[in-house]
Design a protein. Structure first.
Length: 296
């Protein structure tokens, strides 16, 4: 038994809970969540948005949302011990998260904090692409602290350059891009770069969020266009084989590239003059009022 586990046992807490409580101070975690939300364009989200945070822990994500002006927020977590640390006003529920206490489609957004969990699939996909065409791979790091992790673990023979602060330059030089769903898809569309959009959360999170989300598409570009402009590889469809197939199609088939660029042109027209990324959230918020599909 580790020292952490022994101390946790003495205090009557689960070792994972003890590790989580030691990882960051509440204020550090609130700042991290706030920065993450701002990068996602939270300043443009309607403050009346009805949200639930799944696996909310001690509620610091809820604190961040409250400080940003959101009042219709709730949280769910497995650990009543962690929830007891929360001191905010949002209503929280302790449970195993397999049976949520909400009606279907009663939430505008389900929030789950995540990390660099796409890398293993992308590494294998790049190896498959590299085996078919002579490709150059560039990974744009969002933050300096991610650079080292992004450089590691690539298959033999796959040469990858990791850049920081040069996302637009990297996209501008690309024949095709693989983009994690979010505002980055809008930025890629504005640069007229054909793309494959990917995203995956844990199977349990997907099952929990599916009945709560009311969007027919997952990618912001498709939401704005109100049709499938770019391929979406979400959950079970996000595999190395599918990523490689969709990317190779863009690299090897001029007609596929041009068809997608025509769709991206329509998205750019809908977004209008400069400031498009900021307006994308408004477009999506208006679509949410009348849609009834699911993201996953």
């Amino acid at each position: 038994m580790t020292e952490l586990a022994r101390n946790a046992a003495k205090q009557g807490t689960d070792p994972w809970e003890a590790a989580y409580l030691r990882f960051e101070t509440p204020e550090e975690e609130i700042r991290k969540f706030t920065e993450r939300l701002r990068r996602l364009g939270v300043s443009e989200w309607p403050r009346e948005t009805n949200m639930v945070e799944l696996f909310c822990g001690r509620g610091n994500g809820l604190q961040a949302l409250a400080r940003l002006g959101f009042g219709n927020i709730e949280g769910v977590d497995l650990s009543s011990r962690l929830l007891a640390e929360y001191t905010g006003e949002a209503r929280c529920y302790a449970g195993d998260c397999r049976e949520l206490p909400f009606a279907d489609k009663s939430k505008d957004a389900a929030i789950v904090q995540g990390g660099l969990h796409h890398l293993p699939v992308l590494r294998e996909a790049c190896a498959q692409i590299n085996g078919r065409v002579p490709a150059q791979f560039v990974v744009a790091a969002a933050h300096a602290q991610d650079v080292q992790q992004l450089k590691e673990g690539w298959p033999t023979g796959v040469v990858v350059r990791v850049v920081e602060g040069e996302t637009y330059n990297a996209l501008g030089a690309a024949n095709a891009a693989v983009v994690s769903s979010g505002t980055a898809t809008v930025e890629t569309a504005l640069l007229n770069v054909p793309m494959v959009v990917i995203y995956r959360v844990s199977p349990l999170t997907a099952a929990l969020a599916k009945p709560l989300v009311r969007t027919p598409y997952f990618a912001m570009v498709n939401l704005i266009a109100e049709k499938r402009v770019v391929p979406e590889l979400v959950q079970g469809e996000f595999t190395p084989e599918r990523v490689a197939h969709e990317t190779l199609q863009l690299l090897q088939e001029p007609n596929a590239r041009e068809a997608q660029r025509r769709g991206l042109e329509e998205v750019r027209k809908r977004l209008g003059p400069p400031g498009a990324v900021e307006r994308a959230a408004d477009e999506i918020a208006s679509l949410l009022q009348g849609t009834a599909g699911n993201a996953f």
